[in-house]
Design a protein around this ligand. Structure first.
Ligand code: FPP
Length: 252
């Protein structure tokens, strides 16, 4: 029923040392500071940030990145002012409406992760429609996290897992570390190889907690609206030089 969730290739091998990241996840931080440094409202920064998303998605195939997952709105972001929250929700709508055709024509498969229950029904419909419109695309897999929190995701997954146990569909004795990922929002995605956070903050802020167990992290100073495809290329190139050992020893 579920596709494999691990980073491993279909042959079961781990990614080759020195090769590029197959799955990059990005915490797009710094929109507010970028706008404020220009004397503009925070939403101006979010709009500039949304423009960057498109360029970064387009840069993926040349960099060998098959999966890009971006953190657009966290379960904690509801604490922001009503103006900012409403502005972000309206930006997501505008983005979907204006980009749908282009994403479809450019081979981008779009998925959304996060709890949709708290989102407005009209936005959820647009998200569903965009997922359906792009479901046959294979050039780049773009996953957008909206109302997403890693702990919330694990809690929701655990609830469904417990329901399967209670209904006799899952034997508790069979549960191992391959089981929970099948219930996560990311069940169809490989784990991220590289997690990038922009704007100089060195925190993971509840993003892909389970999935990033063996990811490499890059915390870079650049504010998200300044994160150009060139900067992206440099970060991806830096990843290729890392020695990922997945808990094993360095090869002699
Ligand atoms: C964090 O910067 C950014 C967000 C909470 C929103 C991210 C949204 C976008 C980049 C635009 C929309 C995305 C899509 C997919 C259309 P911040 O506001 O916390 O910045 P600050 O730390 O400087 O205040």
């Amino acid at each position: 029923m579920f596709e494999p969730t691990s980073n491993r290739s279909e042959t079961g091998a781990q990614p080759e040392a020195g090769s590029g990241p197959r799955h990059v996840a990005i915490i797009m931080d710094g929109n507010g500071r970028w706008a404020q440094s220009r004397g503009r409202p925070r939403l101006f920064g979010h709009h500039a940030g949304a423009k960057r998303v498109r360029e970064i998605v387009e840069a993926c195939p040349d960099l060998g990145v098959e999966y890009l997952t971006i953190f657009a709105f966290s379960t904690e972001n509801w604490k922001r002012t009503q103006t900012e929250v409403a502005g972000l929700m309206s930006l997501f709508r505008r983005y979907i409406t204006s980009q749908a055709r282009d994403l479809k024509d450019n081979g981008v498969r779009v998925r959304f992760i996060g709890d949709r229950v708290k989102l407005e029904k009209s936005l959820v419909r647009m998200m569903d429609d965009l997922e359906a419109l792009t479901e046959d695309n294979t050039r780049v897999n773009l996953t957008v996290a909206i109302n997403y929190g890693g702990r919330d995701e694990v809690a929701r997954a655990t609830k469904r897992l417990a329901q399967d146990v209670a209904a006799g569909r899952l034997d508790p004795e069979s549960i191992d570390e391959e089981t929970l990922p099948k219930y996560l929002d990311t069940c169809l995605l490989p784990d991220p190889d590289l997690v990038i956070r922009t704007s100089g903050e060195a925190r993971i802020s509840n993003f892909l907690l389970w999935q990033s167990a063996y990811a490499e992290y890059e915390f870079i100073e650049t504010l998200w609206p300044d994160f150009s495809p060139d900067v992206f290329g440099e970060v991806v190139a830096g990843y290729a030089g890392r020695d990922r050992r997945f808990g094993g020893a360095r090869n002699a």
